[in-house]
Design a binder for this molecule. Structure first.
Ligand SMILES: Cc1cc2nc3c(=O)[nH]c(=O)nc-3n(C[C@H](O)[C@H](O)[C@H](O)COP(=O)(O)OP(=O)(O)OC[C@H]3O[C@@H](n4cnc5c(N)ncnc54)[C@H](O)[C@@H]3O)c2cc1C
Length: 439
């Protein structure tokens, strides 16, 4: 165990006497899982780890760290891909994992009061049990926490229908850096009592305060949903299909996920599954529509797709005939980043404006990466419905080899214009793409 300075010993003593010994760890007693998040950054052992059990404990921990002038890094489910939850050697890591209660589900007002450390999946399941749905869904649902979702204003599969975390939030409880508790837990949808302070904390990545509780807005669970996998000739067709489905199913298009052919075929290979379609196509869309009755919904979907086939927007499509078939389609999409070696992979996002410029930009990124690091593999997919494209590349592995062989060469930003605005594309391990969460 490292030798602690007297200042650190004094800090830890105070934390232990305020929160109890079971809530504070330091040195080798801090499990390695708190040393890094999903971003793939080099693990760092924090100065100390605190695991408060309630809002009062969070406030005490913050007050003590503030008095000692020690920064705090809030940690949720540690699924951040941008390094925001990475601990620091001179900072206390504050994990919300023990604040994980679903306090109340109110079916009548379609709201849920929840502690920040509850996982997204626990929230989804509690909503479903009450005949409701929570509007945010993403691949890390089993690990990421509501507090982390709020702090990152997370999006994902459901944004096209319900919006991002911000749109699902009626109230928040937040602890500020000096330990002050802000109780902004009003459950009313109409709340015109003045400034909407909670909005400051949504998307602030822990820089303004620790989110400890939230009142979330829920939606009626649809009685039926139907999924389809659609083959398209080009990106422009994906945008046309999105508009068409939105007009056929107003407010009921629940997902619209775009996959480039390389993403789709790699995913199938990883899953050792066969494509439901007889041949490969440049683009695939996985979409889901919701409604009241499955057969009628499937009929309407088939009619909409038929219309799109007539004008060449759609080349081929399958409509899932059962929830088992739908599950199989969605599993193709769920694979993605997990199968890249974690330490050698980087993901980045681009805004997907509804024009072909986004596809061209993504193309240019891949070209630039291949020219710089031949042999690298980059997969493209996106939540086109919410205007977000993702590129996941293993170029970091190649870049490391490149750096080792040419130590004087700086591994720098790519200079190829990759965004519609012409801004330089950067791999997210550049400092500018990393958010540090310090209070
Ligand atoms: C497989 C996979 C799929 C993903 N898909 C999506 C997606 O579709 N859309 C999307 O938006 N993201 C996605 N992500 C990224 C990630 O899951 C989200 O950003 C998620 O919201 C992070 O939640 P978390 O609890 O893991 O937060 P963490 O990673 O622990 O923290 C994220 C940030 O929030 C801060 N923070 C955490 N909890 C609190 C709190 N209680 N109070 C204040 N600050 C806090 C941290 O300091 C950090 O800055 C995905 C990640 C993975 C691994």
């Amino acid at each position: 165990m490292d030798t602690l300075t007297s200042a650190t010993i004094a800090l830890i003593d105070e934390l232990v006497s305020a929160l109890g010994a079971e809530a504070v760890r330091w040195g080798d007693a801090i499990d390695a899982r708190y040393h890094a998040d999903w971003s793939g950054g080099a693990p760092v052992r924090p100065l100390a780890l605190v695991r408060p059990a309630n809002t009062g404990d969070v406030a005490s921990a913050m007050r003590i760290c503030h008095a000692h002038r020690v920064p705090v890094v809030p940690q949720g489910g540690l699924t951040s891909l941008a390094g925001g939850a990475m601990p620091q050697a001179d900072a206390v890591a504050l994990s919300l994992e023990r604040l994980n209660a679903i306090e109340q589900v109110d079916a009548a007002s379609a709201t849920m009061t929840v502690q920040a450390g509850a996982t997204l999946q626990a929230v989804q399941e509690a909503a479903l049990a009450a005949g409701l749905v929570f509007g945010v869904d993403l691949g890390a649902r089993g690990s990421c926490q509501i507090g982390g979702n709020l702090a990152t204003n997370a999006g994902g599969n459901g944004v096209v229908q319900f919006g991002m975390m911000r749109e699902q939030t009626l109230g928040l409880e937040v602890v500020l850096a000096d330990g002050t508790v802000l109780p902004m837990l009003r459950p009313m949808r109409k709340n015109n009592t003045g400034y909407d302070l909670k909005q400051w904390f949504i998307g602030s990545e822990g820089t303004l305060g620790i989110i400890t509780r939230a009142i979330l807005s829920l939606h009626p669970a649809p009685r039926a949903k139907v999924s389809t996998l659609v083959a398209l000739p080009d990106y422009a067709s994906a945008i046309r299909l999105l508009r068409l489905l939105q007009s056929h199913f107003p407010g009921a298009l629940a997902a619209f996920e775009l996959m480039w052919e390389d993403f789709f075929s790699t995913s199938l290979r990883w899953r050792q599954a066969a494509s439901p379609l007889p041949q490969a196509y440049p683009f695939m869309v996985l979409a889901e529509v919701t409604g009241h009755e499955e057969a009628a919904l499937a009929d309407s979907l088939q009619r909409a797709l038929g219309e799109a086939m007539e004008d060449g927007t759609v080349l081929d499509a399958v409509v899932a005939q059962s929830q088992a078939q739908a599950g199989a389609l969605w599993r193709i999409h769920a694979k993605r980043r997990r199968n890249f070696p974690r330490s050698s992979c980087r993901s980045t996002s681009m805004s997907a404006c509804r024009s072909t410029r986004s596809a061209n930009s993504a193309e240019q990124c891949v070209l630039a990466l291949s020219q710089r690091w031949p042999g690298q593999r980059t997969l493209r997919f996106g939540h086109l419905g919410d205007g977000n494209l993702h590129l996941t590349t293993d170029a970091l592995r190649w870049a490391r080899t490149f750096r080792r062989s040419k130590p004087r060469t700086r591994w720098s930003r790519l200079s190829t214009p990759c965004s519609p605005s012409g801004a330089a594309a950067s791999l997210p391990n550049t400092a500018s793409a990393c958010t540090r969460s310090r209070i």
